[in-house]
Design a protein around this ligand. Structure first.
Ligand SMILES: *Cc1c(COP(=O)(O)O)cnc(C)c1O
Length: 369
């Protein structure tokens, strides 16, 4: 048996809408599905505006640019994240400032943020990692105290809640990804959400070559072509109609993995804090010192049995590109440790009971050998 780490589900509605978009000839970024998808997504997240873009990375880039973040500024970001969070900051010319993460949720440790704030700090970028909300109340209080913007990276957290609020709806901007392994996919794609009318207008302008609003083809500043296509939006709209089923599938997967792996000594399973409604984007475990094999050995043994897994992201501060740009800075010990021990198991929306059982049996047999 071969079990992929992730396979998406493309719903019948998504296929139908994409075929419709194809047949009408609206294949580029004009067309009715853009508007429909943006409105439906804004409603789902509970915000006034949703602005579609080409990727989650583009969403973060435009959000930061809309806040006039650029050279000389600093943006606070968790050390443990997908590199796109960091690159978006670097694209603007600002400098990423890394903060270590919590050992249980892997999210930014809010208690470590304040000492990283300087006169140059313009924003904090919390990342709701693996679908578990960051502890937002203290983070937003800190941002208010220091007059900083909050740009949420919710690329892994469609539908996740912090208390009763959707992830992505609490910052000045929230940013989502629709890459193939995300909870909703448009192939490639992203969305910026905000409640601020003026910022929404500005973000819309920046992602579409920054035409002067009074005079099209007249440009006062540099813009970008980060426009989503009507085809992608058609796919996204169809997917969004099934999001409750997708989230239910993630909960089912989590309950099954917990039932089967909970008793294996040395594996640390994901936690959910009382303030969070976790969407378990990826089922992420730590292979601790008490497990008979190292993370790398477990990963290789599973690979041999046809089970594909992924390591956690490496510490961002330790990435060669970051070292090259900014030199060796201080270490983030928690982030570095989970990078060594973390593994995520097959977690896609197409994962079947049979596949899940096979994965658990494989881990069980390896843990006994
Ligand atoms: C996937 C992801 C992104 C980037 O999204 P793309 O659509 O791949 O550009 C950014 N941040 C996080 C945390 C992600 O997981």
């Amino acid at each position: 048996m071969k079990v992929p780490v992730n396979a998406p589900v493309i719903t019948p509605a998504a296929k139908k809408y994409v075929a419709d978009a194809m047949e009408t000839g609206w294949v580029s970024s004009a067309g009715p599905y853009i508007d429909k998808f943006e409105k439906a997504f804004a409603d789902y997240i509970g915000v006034k505006h949703a602005i579609s873009v080409t990727s989650g990375t583009a969403a973060l880039h435009i959000a930061l640019l809309s806040l006039k973040i650029g050279p000389g500024d600093e943006v606070i970001v968790p050390d443990f994240t997908m590199i796109a969070s960091i690159f978006a900051i670097i694209y603007t010319g600002a400098t990423p400032v890394f903060v270590d993460v919590e050992p249980d949720t892997y999210n930014i440790d809010v208690s470590l943020i304040e000492k990283k704030i300087t006169k140059k700090t313009k924003a904090i970028m919390p990342v709701h990692i693996y679908g578990h909300s960051v502890d937002m109340d203290p983070l937003i209080a800190l941002a208010k105290k220091h007059k900083l913007h909050v740009v949420e990276d919710a690329a892994e957290a469609h539908g996740a809640l912090y208390r009763s609020k959707k992830c992505g709806s609490m910052g000045t901007f929230g940013c989502f990804s629709f890459y193939g392994n995300k909870i909703i996919t448009t192939g490639e794609g992203g969305m910026i959400v905000t409640n601020d009318n003026a910022l929404a207008d500005y973000a819309r302008r920046l992602k579409d070559l920054a035409h002067n609003p009074e005079k099209r083809f007249w440009h006062d500043e540099v813009g970008y072509n980060y426009r989503m296509t009507n085809l992608q939006a058609a796919c996204g709209l169809g997917q969004l109609e099934s999001i409750e089923e997708f989230l239910a599938h993630k909960r089912w997967m989590t309950a099954e993995y917990e039932k089967r792996l909970g008793k294996i000594k040395g594996l640390r399973l994901p936690v959910t804090k009382p303030y969070a409604t976790n969407v378990y984007w990826m089922y992420s475990i730590l292979v601790t010192e008490e497990f008979p094999l190292s993370r790398d050995e477990l990963r290789a043994a599973l690979k041999e049995k046809g089970v594909d897994t992924r390591d956690f992201f490496p510490s961002s501060a330790q990435q060669p590109v970051i070292q090259k740009l900014y030199g060796a800075k201080e270490h983030c010990p928690v982030s570095e440790k989970i990078a060594q021990q973390g593994l995520y198991l097959p977690s896609g929306l197409a994962l079947t009971q049979k596949e899940l059982d096979y994965v658990c049996d494989a881990i069980l047999s390896v843990s006994k050998s």
